[in-house]
Design a protein around this ligand. Structure first.
Ligand code: 1PX
Length: 215
């Protein structure tokens, strides 16, 4: 299942899935996108149960996409581009208000896509941070600049409380499990542009099709 807890998380695993996320023609390969998220959730779970309300929602959304990859229409779900085209062409997306397709792949991925922007901002802050920087502050700043715009007050409040119990930078780097701090910074320097490119390509696709505000 998505929630499987294989032993040690390693951030380089996440990096390697994002590396293979784009096809030669710059389409986002859904299966690899999902694997990337799986890795991130593994990380989140290793931070403790305070974060489980967040990982539950992410797991839910990933499961929706995993299921679409298993159905007999799966050939349309190879890339985010083909998914969006297929679902739009077949009226499988609720456009203005929630209706008969509350769990379309297109709408579900949009939620993760918005969270990916948070991740990009957070990891960049982490990369340029100094030893005494607070992960909770970096995390909250990244969140307020991105994902918070889409969340109601009560979710923002709960997220804010969860950020407060994030481990400090040294322990956080430890959980990332890539080696000494210099190595972490180097790996982040590789990860951020990759994540950013996947984000940009998805963002342009959704913007072009007027899908950035799906209910
Ligand atoms: C090396 C660092 C790696 C860090 C990895 C952390 C992975 C975090 C994954 C977060 C995934 C969050 C997905 C949220 C999707 C969402 O916006 N859902 C909301 C809307 O969905 P709906 O179906 O109702 O339209 C939903 O309401 C969400 C509820 C849960 C609360 C979401 C709070 C998100 C905070 C994100 C920051 C995570 C902090 C992790 C600390 C490292």
């Amino acid at each position: 299942s998505v929630a499987s807890d294989d032993p040690k998380f390693c951030f380089e695993e996440v990096l390697s899935t994002f590396k293979v996320c784009l096809s030669e023609d710059k389409a986002v390969i859904l299966e690899n996108y999902v694997s990337g998220w799986r890795g991130l959730i593994k990380f989140l779970n290793s931070l403790g149960s305070v974060f489980s309300f967040i990982s539950k929602d992410a797991i839910n959304k990933i499961q929706i996409l995993v299921n679409l990859l298993k159905e007999d229409t799966h050939s349309h779900y190879m890339t985010v581009q083909s998914m969006v085209r297929y679902e739009l062409d077949n009226s499988l997306v609720d456009i203005d208000k929630r209706g008969s397709h509350p769990e379309s792949g297109t709408r579900t991925l949009l939620r993760l896509h918005r969270a990916l922007r948070w991740l990009e901002l957070f990891l960049e802050r982490l990369r340029i941070s100094s030893e005494d920087s607070k992960t909770s502050v970096m995390c909250a700043d990244a969140y307020n600049e991105s994902l918070a715009h889409y969340h109601p007050w009560v979710v923002r409040k709960a997220a804010g409380l969860a950020f407060c119990v994030l481990p400090g930078r040294p322990a956080f780097f430890e959980v990332m499990n890539v080696g000494p701090p210099e190595k972490v910074v180097a790996v982040l320097g590789e990860a951020v542009p990759l994540i950013s490119e996947v984000y940009q390509i998805t963002e342009e696709l959704y913007a072009k099709n007027n899908l950035l505000n799906l209910p």
